[in-house]
Design a protein around this ligand. Sequence first.
Ligand code: HEM
Length: 403
Amino acid sequence: LGTAGGAAAAGLVVGAAGGAGVATAVSSQGEGPAVLASLGTAKAMFHGKHQAGITTPLQARGHLIAFDLAPGSGRKEATALLRRWSEVAQQLMAGRPLAGEDTGVAFDAGPSSLTVTFGFGRTFFDRTGLTAKRPVELDPLPDFSSDRLDARRSNGDLWVQIGADDALVAFHALRAVQREAGDAARVRWQMNGFNRSPGATAAPMTTRNLMGQVDGTGNPKPSEPDFEKRIFVPEKGGPAGQEWMAGGSYAVVRRIRMLLDDWEKLPRGEQEAVIGRRKKDGAPLTGGDEFTEPDLQKAGPNGKLVIASDAHSRISAPEQNGGAAMLRRPFSYHDGISADGVPDAGLLFICWQADPMRGFVPVQRKLDRGDALSKFIRHESSGLFAVPGGPREGEYVGQRLLE
Ligand code: HEM
C-alpha cells in the first residue's frame, strides 16, 4: 500500500488516460507542463463492504476533523447529521457539485480520489443513548509513559477523515462536512496533512515521511490471506449488539511531532540504525531491497546484531509482537514554525485494525519501553474511533447503528 499499485484492489476507478491511476508525468515535447490527465478522474467508491479511505492508496492531501455533538443534540440529530454527511460524501466522491449553493472551490476538478471516512468516538454512545451498542474496542487506550497528550486535540464524539489528490478538492470536502454539521455538532479539533503527489516519482513507490524515511514497507498487503481478518471486523459472528460494526475497522489517530532539529543532526548511519533500514531505499540493514525480509538474528563481524535490539522496525515487527499488526495510513503535517524556530511538523499517524488490543496497543507498549526513535518524536494527541463498514446502496454511513 501507499502506492498507486494497489488502486484496483482498493476500489479506485481510474480514468482512461492513466491505466493504474498513476499520473502520466510526461509531456509530448519532453518539456513544458506534464500531462496529468488521469489524476482528477480517479474515483473511490462510496458504497461497498468497507468505507473508502482505509485501503485506498494514500492521497496527497488529508484533513482530519473531530466533532462533539452540541448540547441538546442526541440520537435524532446525530442520525440526521450522518444522513447529510453521507449525501455530501457520495456527491463529492463522485465528482458532482453539491445541490444548492456549492462554493465552487472544486469546480473544474474531477473527484481526484476523494475519500470521506466517518467514525464514532467512545463518548458518542452515551450522548445518543446507544451505550449498549458501544464496542469494548473503544475502551480508552492505556497511558504510555512517553505520551504528552493535549486532551483538547484528542478524541471526540465523531471523526471524519478526508483525503484527495487535489488540495482544493480536499478543502472543498472539509468545508462541506463542517457546514453540514450545522447546529448539531461543534468542531473539537482539526488537522491538515499531506503525502507525496502521485506522479512525483517515476514509478509508484512507498511514500517517505518528514524524517526522510521510506515509510509503509512493512504494512500488511491486501493480497495476504489474513489481511481482512487483521484490519476489518468480521462480517458475521461478532458480539451481539455490535453487528453494526461488521466490515468496519478501528482507527487509532496519533499526532506525533518529529523533533527534526535533533533528528537532522544525527549522521545518516545513526539514523539508519534507529530504524534498522537504509534511508536511500528502505532496505533492511541486513541487505536486499525494500521488500526483502529483515534478518533479525544476523550479527555483524563485531558480534553485534546488525538490526539493533532497539531499532524501530525490529520492535514493531508483527513477529516480535505475537502477530499484532495494523495498517498504517498516515499523513505528514507541517503547521509552521514556532516562536523558538522549531518546526511544528511530524506525522498524523493513523492505523487501522480489527481490534486495537491486537494492533496498536501491544506495539505501542513495546515502543514506549525501548524504541530508539522515541528520543526524536513526541505523541501530542490521540484518538480512537469505531469506523463502521461501508454503506450499502441507499444506506447512510452508520445506519445500522443509528436506525
Ligand atoms: C515501521 C517510521 C511511529 C508501527 C516503520 C518504518 C519506519 C517507521 C521508517 C520502516 C518501514 C516500514 O515498514 O514502514 C515511524 C515514524 C514514526 C512511527 C517516523 C513516528 C513519527 C509508529 C507507531 C507505531 C508504529 C506509533 C505503532 C504503535 C510500525 C510498524 C512497522 C513500522 C508496525 C512495521 C514493522 C514491520 O512490519 O516489520 N515505522 N514510525 N510506528 N512502524 Fe513506525
